[in-house]
Design a binder for this molecule. Structure first.
Ligand SMILES: Cc1cc2nc3c(=O)[nH]c(=O)nc-3n(C[C@H](O)[C@H](O)[C@H](O)COP(=O)(O)OP(=O)(O)OC[C@H]3O[C@@H](n4cnc5c(N)ncnc54)[C@H](O)[C@@H]3O)c2cc1C
Ligand SMILES: NC(=O)c1ccc[n+]([C@@H]2O[C@H](COP(=O)([O-])OP(=O)(O)OC[C@H]3O[C@@H](n4cnc5c(N)ncnc54)[C@H](O)[C@@H]3O)[C@@H](O)[C@H]2O)c1
Length: 445
């Protein structure tokens, strides 16, 4: 069987590796328009903020790895069109040569691009987006310019908050804008998000929430000012981070798509065309909190969905268990993790939910050194009492592991009452006999 994979970043790599490692004998062709593969965008802010010196280790795979396993891999080659009836893809190399490849099964792993707000002045120089390695390099080069001092970051979601920290670490003045009233508003309820806001403000980041950019002004072709519904601010650089949109143009009019344009898939990653699979940021994903398909762009989901597609195409039927959109962020040493829905997000999705909050020290109370406060919220459905979300915030790194338990609870449709008497280990170095997770669950009304 000939299998063509379009897009060789996290999702495409996972699908190709699954096929190459577990199902030998197939002809695998991998195509990507970029010159690199496997770039971990999650490391961009760490590198650009100089928490690591070089970006080299942010890549975990290279074309030779796949050639060694017998795949044909074409980089700097763009797929321009797909004839889904004839099962032929049309592609163009960097030098302009066009060619076609036939397929038996096709994997679309074309990912996402940042949303580009088409505001007046959007094409001025000095306005950036962050997705590709090359875009990280461009921002890094801007940060190195002494004349670039005042930076506007638009969107205080994950990318915006992380790059705001990076810019501050490089000694810049940073103005962080978001349409919502806090940072991280899509992931955390206000009481949690405000903790991150305080952390950002404490480190000198100027917060402009509830503010919408309306125009960019410039001089000599370069941006010099950002105008919002509330004011005008002189800046030397703008970084836009207002979310992703699925790269699904190749599927247009041929495959069923979601309301945001992502390609609809089932739990086997199969699209509305049985010979075509879609994985990663270009596709929808099943949310166990919502109990329906939705769109959640994460590298973790990309990898899992690629593995699922690989096994299904290879001949082992495998149903994805769904995801919770589990995520985390760490800014100036302050950590937040969440999974499933916040109260606000649950209500927006039409769920009737209640929540239980608790706050305690991470380690046993008699340990006075490095014993940070942890704040927890568990969100559950009022009627069924099934857990649909959790949020944790602390300077303690242990919360990074704890959130995964809630992820499994949501996946397995556990109730808050089942969590209340769950066997959690106790060791003073790590926690208390009345574990804050247990207490939060026990306190649930
Ligand atoms: C700054 C930043 C930080 C992030 N941090 C995290 C994090 O901490 N945790 C997390 O889980 N996620 C994080 N993400 C999100 C994560 O990077 C994405 O969810 C992930 O990249 C999706 O992988 P993908 O393979 O589906 O798509 P993509 O990474 O978008 O890759 C798609 C590939 O398809 C190729 N392609 C597209 N169209 C064509 C075409 N027509 N022809 C040929 N090739 C094509 C592209 O060149 C690209 O290589 C972050 C993203 C960014 C930008
Ligand atoms: N740590 C992580 O897990 C991590 C890190 C980076 C990125 N990612 C993922 O990558 C994807 C893209 O990240 P992102 O930060 O671009 O998106 P995001 O959805 O996290 O945040 C976008 C932010 O932009 C704001 N916004 C939207 N339109 C606006 C406008 N016109 N003006 C001002 N603010 C506006 C939103 O309110 C939101 O807070 C997300 O799926 C994210 O989860 C994850």
């Amino acid at each position: 069987m000939k299998i063509v994979v379009i897009g060789t970043n996290h999702a495409g790599i996972a699908a190709a590796n699954t096929l190459l490692d577990h199902y030998p004998g197939h002809e695998i062709v991998m195509i990507d328009r970029n010159s690199n593969m496997s770039y971990l965008g999650c490391g961009t802010a760490i590198w650009v903020g100089r928490q690591i010196e070089k970006p080299d280790e942010l890549f975990y795979a290279k074309p030779e790895d796949f050639e060694a396993k017998g795949a044909k891999i074409l980089t700097e080659t763009e797929v321009t069109e797909i004839d889904f009836k004839q099962k032929v893809i049309h592609a163009k190399t960097k030098s302009g040569e066009t060619f076609v490849e036939t397929y038996d099964k096709l994997i679309l792993a074309t990912g996402s691009r940042p949303i580009i707000p088409k505001l007046p002045g959007h094409d001025l120089e000095g306005i950036h987006f962050l997705k590709l390695f090359q875009e990280g390099q461009a921002v890094d080069a801007e940060f190195a310019k002494p004349e670039v001092q005042r930076i506007a970051v638009i969107g205080a979601g994950y990318i915006g908050t992380e790059i705001a920290e990076a810019a501050k670490r490089r000694g810049k003045e940073v103005l962080l804008f978001d349409a919502e009233s806090t940072s991280l508003a899509s992931y955390y309820d206000e009481t949690f998000a405000k903790e991150m806001d305080q952390n950002l403000a404490h480190h000198g980041i100027e917060l402009h929430f509830g503010e919408l950019a309306t125009e960019f002004k410039g001089s000599d072709g370069r941006v010099t000012q950002i105008v919002t519904n509330k004011g005008a601010y002189d800046v030397d650089l703008v970084i836009n981070c207002i979310g992703f949109t699925a790269n699904s143009a190749l599927a247009k009019d041929n495959l069923a798509t979601f309301k945001n344009g992502a390609i609809k898939v089932d739990k086997h990653q199969q699209t509305s065309n049985p010979d075509v699979y879609a994985v990663g940021d270009v596709a929808t994903i099943y949310s166990n909190a919502l109990q329906d398909f939705t769109y959640i762009a994460l590298a973790s989901n990309a990898v899992r969905s690629g593995i699922v597609a690989g096994h299904n195409i290879g001949g082992t039927p495998l149903e994805a268990p769904g995801v919770q959109g589990s995520n985390g962020i760490s800014i100036f040493g302050f950590h937040m993790t969440s999974t499933g829905f916040s109260v606000k997000a649950a209500q927006k999705a039409g769920l009737e939910v209640a929540y239980s909050d608790f706050e305690d020290k991470q380690k046993a109370w008699f340990l006075h050194e490095d014993n940070d406060t942890v704040k927890i919220r568990i969100v559950y459905e009022k009627e069924s009492r099934r857990v649909v979300g959790a949020q944790l915030a602390s300077y303690s790194e242990i919360i990074a592991g704890n959130i995964n338990m809630f992820s499994l609870a949501i996946q397995d449709q556990k109730t808050i009452d089942e969590l209340a008497l769950l066997d959690l280990f106790f060791l003073p170095h790590f926690n208390s006999p009345y574990n804050y997770m247990t207490v939060a669950a026990l306190n649930a009304k």
